[in-house]
Every structure is written in structure tokens, then in C-alpha cells.
Design a protein around this ligand. Sequence first.
Ligand SMILES: Cc1cc2nc3c(=O)[nH]c(=O)nc-3n(C[C@H](O)[C@H](O)[C@H](O)COP(=O)(O)OP(=O)(O)OC[C@H]3O[C@@H](n4cnc5c(N)ncnc54)[C@H](O)[C@@H]3O)c2cc1C
Length: 431
Amino acid sequence: MNTFHRWSNWAGTQHASPARIYNPTSITNLQAIIKEAESKNKKIRCAESGHSWSSSSVVNDDGFLLNMKQMEKIYPPQLNGDVWTVEIETGVMLSDLDDFLRHHDPPLAVSSNTVIETTRYGGVISLGCHGAALAARTMPDIVTEVKIVDSSGTLQIFSKENNANEFSAATANLGLLGIIYSYTLTVEPMFKLLMSESHPPLSEYFGDPDICGPKLRAMALITESSLARGVRNIFSNLETEFGNTLFQYMAANPAATPFMDYLLYWINKGESENVLYAPEAIHYQAGIDNIPCLATEMAFKVDEGFKNVVKAGNYVVDQVYELAHQGKFPLNLALEMRFVKSSSMVVSNAYDDDPEAICCMIEIVSGAGTPGFEDFSGRAHWAKMWEHVPEIVPHIRRTAGKRLDQFEAVRKKYDSNGMFMTDTFAAVLGH
Ligand SMILES: Cc1cc2nc3c(=O)[nH]c(=O)nc-3n(C[C@H](O)[C@H](O)[C@H](O)COP(=O)(O)OP(=O)(O)OC[C@H]3O[C@@H](n4cnc5c(N)ncnc54)[C@H](O)[C@@H]3O)c2cc1C
């Protein structure tokens, strides 16, 4: 138990003053904390690496915050038929699992993952995070079993085979069903990816939707076996540390944004092709979190010809120019577009009934402190910045209300008194 009860997320955009901060190391610890919370009528939220921009870990005088970093056990991988699985406690860091699997005999790897590798699986899976590959879905979609200590202190085990509906809610669960003890993940024999970096003009992929939609589709489908960009480790770390100074300058001097971004573009403008082992390829930019930044992301289902992707890309670019004409530069770091297959998790922003549906995620990233950033809006990535968007709750209720009600029915069963509930999640769940 910590006696100094202050917590901030990595970006410094969320702060909390919980009644207590705990550093549990076992299931018995988790059960004891839940009993104490129940007897004192306190709320509980968990934090892992604290890299989420949303308020999901914020709990104040009325609650306990659990720092889960010491729950980092990795159980021996199991082979069932020809499928490898590995059970991990939720405090395991992404890079630690990569290293563990790399040294396993035979070497194994996670099929797809987030760019960043210093976050932990409890945060990445519970909030429905994702990588970029059409051979893969979102992170919760590689889970086969979840163990959660619910608000009565009971260790609940969820799997698709036992109850697909509850499993879906328990995997990407927004931290609302209880304290997640472990996830069991499907992993693959180690593989390599071709990483290619090129700089075609925007018009090549975002011109006429009829011509460019199919081109974009072909490029997205190639990402099954390749990812963009090949810089790594020390150079990448140096690059991001240097980049941070520039982004701080842009936040303080927005008018300098076009010139500084042009400069960064030329510094980075190389063409390359590299074949890398999966973890190096997937977490392609080491030290990405050296740049404290802001991010929001919107997801949508891609239409057959990828025409809506071309339109959405142009919409964002047009907005950037329109704002620039007004002397505003809220986007200065990256405009990203990633594709994954649909998720079967009810609260996922990539959810779709059709397992073959493709989901496009457009992300806007700017250096911390960039003025005007709050004006961006979209369909929620629960870990990123969505809570400030005007009318976002009615929008989410309108577009995903039925699925959220389905989630809520399961959540209530395991936390009937709302021990794990937050204000913003209460709103989207219709409370
Ligand atoms: C630089 C950077 C790059 C990123 N890249 C990507 C990307 O490529 N793709 C993507 O989808 N996201 C990306 N993200 C977002 C990131 O993956 C999420 O914010 C993720 O949740 C962070 O994990 P964390 O360990 O920091 O979790 P935290 O932010 O510490 O925790 C997140 C939430 O998870 C829940 N939680 C965690 N553990 C438990 C538990 N044991 N029991 C109950 N609830 C729990 C809690 O609600 C908690 O508030 C990126 C973030 C940054 C800063």
C-alpha cells in the first residue's frame, strides 16, 4: 500500500487522488482488496503502464487504485493440437512477453500487436487495442480464456466454449467486470515480416475514389505480410527523443508547424525494405513513448471498394488545410490509417457481425499541449481521447446501444453494485 496517493497517466493528461494505491502480487491480494473495498463502500480501478489517454484509471477519494505492474507471471506455453497458447498475468509488459516467447523452444510470437511495446496486457486487451494487419483482428480476439476476480471476490473463468456471450464481454471488458487476473492468448510459431517504407504522393491513394479505393484495398491486403517502415532501436529512440523537442516547440509556436513538419518529413524521407522478426516489425518504432503526445482515433467499417476510406482520408486532410487557413495547427505528429479484420467483442469499436468485414482506424496524433486538438471527433477507441467530444455519448448510444446493453447485462451479473464503474462508462452504458 502506498501512503502518497497521487497518480497521473503517462501523458500527464489524467490525474487521480485515490483513497489508497495498492501494488498486488497475487490472487489472494486481489481478493483481500475487494473485501476491503466492499466493507468500506469504495470503488476500484486498475492501472498498468498508464499509457491510456482516457479517464479509465481515474478514481479519487471514493476509491482504491491498483497498480498491477507486479502481477507479471508468464505460465509455460501449451500446445493443443497445433495451436500454441500462453497464460499471462495482466501486468506482463508486451516486450517481456515478446522476449519470453522468442527464447521458447520452438520460438513463438504474438500474431499482431500495438506499435508500442512498453504497455501491459491488462490495459491493451481490456480496452480493445489493435495493431495493423488484415491477417489479424484486435488484441482481445487472440484471447482464449480470461480469469477475473469479480466484486464478490470470486475467481471467474470465461471461455468461448463455456459461454460465447459472456466471454465476449469479459475479454474486452473496460475494467468493469472486476480485476482481471490473467488472459490466455493464442500465439504463433515465430515468423518474419517484410517492412517496406515509401513516400508516394497522397493523390496516388486518395484521388478519385473509384480508382484509388481498389488501390488502397490492394495495399491494405498486402499488409498481411508487410508493414511500413524499418528504423529500429537506438536510432529510433534517438529520433523520438529529438522529435519530442520539436513537438514541444510546435505546441508553443503553432505557426511554425508547417515548416517543422516539412523538415521532419525530409529527415525521415527514405525508401527501404527490411525483413524482420515479428516483434521488431510489429513494434517498429522503438521509443515511440519518448514523445508525450495526444491521440484520438475513429473506426469505421470499410465498404467493398474502399471508397469510404478514400473519402474519410480526404475529409481529414481537408480539415487540416481548412484549419491551417484559420492559423490553427492541431495536427502535427502523425495521421495514421490502419486496417484489421472485424472483432467479435461486443464493446469493440471494430465489432461487426460479419467476421470477414474490414475495419479502418484513422488516428490523429499531436505533441502534448498542441492547441485545438480537442476539436477532433470520431467513434471511440476507449483508451484514447474521446470523452471531450461534444455529443459523443448520445452518438455512441445511437450507433452501438444494443451491443452496449448486451455488455451491460453481463457486467451487472459480476458487479451488481458498480464497484468498478466510472462516470464516463456509466454514461455510455445508459445509467
Ligand atoms: C505511444 C503510444 C502508442 C500506442 N499505440 C497503440 C496502437 O498501436 N494501437 C492501439 O490500439 N493502442 C495504442 N496505444 C494505446 C494503448 O495501447 C492503450 O492505452 C493501452 O490501454 C495502454 O496499456 P497500459 O498498460 O498503459 O494500460 P493502462 O492505461 O494503465 O490501463 C488501461 C485500463 O485498462 C484497465 N485495466 C488494466 N488492467 C486491468 C486489470 N488487471 N483489471 C481490470 N482492469 C484493468 C483499466 O480500466 C485501466 O484503466 C498507444 C498508446 C501510446 C501512449
